[in-house]
Design a protein around this ligand. Structure first.
Ligand SMILES: NC(=O)C1=CN([C@@H]2O[C@H](COP(=O)(O)OP(=O)(O)OC[C@H]3O[C@@H](n4cnc5c(N)ncnc54)[C@H](O)[C@@H]3O)[C@@H](O)[C@H]2O)C=CC1
Ligand SMILES: O=C(O)C(=O)COP(=O)(O)O
Length: 526
């Protein structure tokens, strides 16, 4: 039975799902050294933001197949290191959207009305109505940095509160922003005009320290900043200084450069700052959502099925996966086949998407073809996660072309591998949307479903050759399940594709190549 380590608190609903397929150990607050010591036992790791999955931890794993982040941000996981090791990293892109957006909105209103400090003062026995005079958000300008899932929900609610919305997000269109009721502007303009700035971006090298002394200087003395995205997007020392010097009015922070927040100037800024301990996703509803979402993906991967929200399988979202699933199998089979026909070291793989496939998102199909191509060399170590990296490290050049006019089949895939031993090609299509058929080998038209053991010959199309091959195989007790010849002209060159019931015994391939008229022969295991 597989073993799953849950190293941060997650909802029981997730544990229940994992328990269907695995032994689940919940061990929270592990020190890095403790995690390194035990990670070798586990097939899956489930975390939230509390566990840092570093390169050392990933390298110490020996059978880890999946890291599941019960939340959105995967900045606490060394994703490139996981990718190199073929470990799929999944998250829950939508499970806590509402929770995080509502926390940001709650922070904005709390900061405007000094609710935390006013509450604390009443609880101390005071009745101070002067100190806590606030500001309204109605008709104020909210600058949203990052108009993704959380930013969009914040926009939706803020709009209903009568706020004017500016947004900065270089990856979304003006039309989309307008649909959400936001005016897309440059960052500088947002900094200059916003009364409230709320951050909803991932932490990346581009966004680290986005709010710093220089950008803070562009803001109005009445500006309030809300960060429920990630620590490190704000330079905390610069922010504390700006609030102290009255350059901006205040800030509400849920996330910090280093968590838990250690000694910090931020704690000394009174009612102009609100600090919460990374609570954005901490609602009962969100925790159930993310736990189920991620546990289901871990369960699926442990059962050998694909994950729906893998962050390190390029271009493979759930909708695309659904649409391309049968073609992924086709691409993988063809990659495996052409790799075996080419033998030796493959230097170039041409991937041609034909017919309807020419209009599809091709990246997953290319990855699947590479996975198939590398299977002989890497066996189970190659998967959708690391196939592209492994190919790159082996110097395999991938050329992708499209031909929408190829109409023999609704959609077909043509792979051509050139390596140290020459060039070979295969084409395949799906019949009835499901069944894989090989439709061409080395330029010769055929129509056969692939089988586990196959034999291909390149020969001269002449009488008697099929009989000779048949009796030779028979003398070695090899049973032929099906056989088909593909030729372009009568008595010219031809290809024979045979499905056989068992692997070809040693030595027989050389004898086949000696048969007069047979120029070459290849045995393939799929
Ligand atoms: N405090 C908490 O507990 C929680 C925090 N989060 C954090 O909130 C953030 C946003 O989450 P979602 O909205 O779900 O993600 P999302 O992926 O839907 O949206 C992020 C948006 O940021 C934009 N973006 C990326 N780089 C940018 C840049 N350099 N400048 C401006 N925009 C940029 C993207 O185009 C995208 O539209 C993430 O960092 C996530 O980790 C999420 C959930 C809970
Ligand atoms: O989902 C996210 O990105 C979060 O920041 C939530 O973090 P958490 O799971 O509450 O530790």
């Amino acid at each position: 039975m597989s073993k799953v380590l849950v190293s941060d608190p997650i909802d029981q609903a997730g544990i229940d799902i994992l328990s269907q397929v695995a032994t689940v150990d919940v061990k929270t607050n592990l020190k890095p050294a403790e995690l390194i010591e035990i990670i070798g036992e586990y097939d899956a790791l489930m975390i939230r933001s509390g566990t840092r999955v570093t390169q050392e931890i990933i390298e110490a794993s020996t059978q880890l197949k999946i890291i599941g982040r019960a939340g959105v941000g995967v900045d606490n996981v060394d994703v490139p290191a996981a990718t190199r090791k073929g470990i799929v990293v999944v998250n829950s892109p939508e499970g806590n959207t509402i929770a995080a957006a509502e926390h940001a909105l709650a922070m904005m209103l709390s900061l405007s009305r000094h609710i935390p400090d006013a509450n604390a003062s009443v609880k101390r026995g005071e009745w101070d109505r002067k100190t806590f005079v606030g500001a309204e958000v109605y008709k104020k300008t909210l600058g949203i940095v990052g108009l993704g899932k959380i930013g969009s929900h914040v926009a939706h609610v803020a709009k209903a509160m009568g706020m004017k919305l500016l947004a900065y997000d270089p990856f979304i269109s003006t039309e989309r922003a307008e649909q959400i009721g936001c005016q897309l502007v440059e960052l500088d303009l947002l900094f200059q005009q916003a009364d409230y700035i709320t951050l909803h971006i991932p932490k990346t090298p581009e966004t680290a320290n986005l709010i710093n002394a220089k950008t803070l200087a562009k803001m109005k003395p009445t500006t309030r900043i809300i960060n429920c995205a990630r620590g490190g997007i704000i330079d905390e020392a610069a922010l504390a200084a700006a609030i102290k010097e009255g350059k901006i009015a205040g800030a509400a922070l849920d996330v910090f450069d280093s968590e838990p927040l250690a000694e910090s100037e931020l704690r000394s800024l009174g009612k102009d700052i609100i600090l919460t301990p990374h609570l954005g996703a901490s609602t009962a509803e969100a925790q159930v959502n993310v736990a189920i979402d991620v546990a289901e993906q871990i369960r699926d991967v442990l059962l050998g099925l694909p994950a729906r929200s893998a962050v390190n399988i390029p271009g493979l979202g759930p909708d695309i996966l659904e649409e391309l699933k049968p073609y992924m199998q086709l691409a993988e089979t063809l990659g495996n086949l052409v790799g075996q026909l080419a033998g030796g070291r493959v230097e170039t793989l041409n991937v041609k998407l034909q017919g309807d496939l020419a209009t599809n998102k091709s990246q997953p199909l290319v990855v699947a073809a590479l996975k198939g191509l590398l299977y002989q060399a890497l066996r189970e170590r190659v998967n959708y996660v690391n196939a592209s990296i492994e190919a790159k490290e082996r110097g395999i050049r991938v050329i992708e072309t499209r031909d929408a006019s190829a109409r023999d089949y609704a959609g077909s895939l043509h792979l051509e591998a050139t390596g140290t031993l020459g060039t070979h090609s295969v084409t395949g299509a799906l019949l009835g949307d499901k069944e894989i058929h090989l439709t061409d080998v080395d330029g010769f038209p055929i129509n056969v479903p692939p089988s586990k053991y196959m034999l291909f010959t390149l020969h001269r199309d002449m009488p008697g050759i099929i009989g000779k091959l048949g009796s030779l195989l028979g003398s070695f007790n090899v049973n032929i399940a099906s056989m088909q010849v593909g030729r372009k002209i009568v008595r010219g060159d031809a290809v024979m594709a045979l499905s056989i019931d068992d692997p070809l015994p040693d030595g027989i391939l050389d004898e086949i190549k000696q048969v007069s008229g047979i120029r070459d022969a290849y045995t393939v295991t799929l």
